[in-house]
Design a protein around this ligand. Structure first.
Ligand code: SF4
Ligand code: FES
Length: 248
């Protein structure tokens, strides 16, 4: 396939970026999207040009670092996969593909397609610890009865990989889906109830401090989330927050 690429290039955080055109020949459908970028970079290096910086680690949908806005959609056109799991068979000969970094005030661009998502780390840190004793007299997890439905919902919430697609998809750049997944994975389990009141208050406070927008129930986050994190988690976080506020 012949593919026309329009890629955001930005030297560093303080430089002004711009879209640069590239043309690739011989792109095969079985190539992953990132392999296609690797080949482009090899070509740029061989010509003495600066390669395109993009984030990646696991390349199998686990680490959440491959945050690319592809033709205006976080992680590209296919649902429930990350950019590293996207393959060129999802495109056709002659297509033009626009690749940009995730756009949000709280995710400043570091270089080219890489954004700083440390705001997510700080929200998780604000959540604090869980007072489960792991220092020698650990209680066997199977001794604590947990309803299957709650265990499944907590597991599904814990599937969030912190990629930031929910923020990039949201017209308000809201981080509610991410934060609510992190709140829910603990709120649904007895081990997470001990610090539940402070946890939700601290995480929501940090989320607001980072400059993420508010949720207006558009639902784009759920549609673009590669891990299928449900909006139900946002409703749960709102209930947790309300109940924590009443408790003071
Ligand atoms: S909720 Fe989904 S889109 Fe948002 S950070 Fe987690 S995995 Fe990514
Ligand atoms: S590189 Fe790890 S999820 Fe894509």
């Amino acid at each position: 396939m012949k593919i026309y690429l329009k890629i955001w290039r930005q030297k560093d955080a303080s430089s002004k970026g711009k879209i640069v055109d590239y043309t690739m020949n011989g792109v095969e459908g079985d190539m992953s999207f990132l392999e296609m970028l690797d080949i482009l970079n090899e070509d740029l290096i061989s010509k003495g040009e600066v390669p395109i910086e993009f984030d990646h680690d696991c390349r199998e949908g686990i680490c959440g670092t491959c945050s690319l806005q592809i033709n205006g959609r976080p992680h590209g056109p296919d649902r429930l996969i990350t950019a590293c799991q996207l393959h060129m068979r999802s495109f056709k000969d002659g297509d033009t593909i626009v690749i940009e970094p995730f756009r949000a005030k709280a995710f400043p661009v570091i270089k080219d397609l890489i954004v700083d998502r440390n705001a997510f780390e700080r929200i998780q840190q604000a959540g604090g610890f869980i007072s489960v004793n792991t220092s020698g007299n650990t209680v066997d997890a199977n001794n604590i009865p947990i309803r299957k439905e709650n265990a499944d919902k907590a597991f599904n919430a814990a599937a969030c990989i912190g990629c930031g697609a929910c923020v990039a998809a949201c017209k308000n750049a809201s981080a509610m889906l991410f934060t609510s997944a992190k709140v829910s994975q603990f709120a649904l389990l007895p081990q997470g109830r001990v610090e539940a009141t402070e946890r939700v208050q601290n995480m929501v406070r940090q989320m607001d401090l980072e400059g993420f927008g508010n949720c207006t129930n558009t639902g784009a986050c759920e549609i673009e989330c590669p891990k299928g994190i449900s909006l139900e988690n946002i409703a749960r976080m709102n209930r947790e927050y309300l109940s924590a506020s009443i408790k003071g």
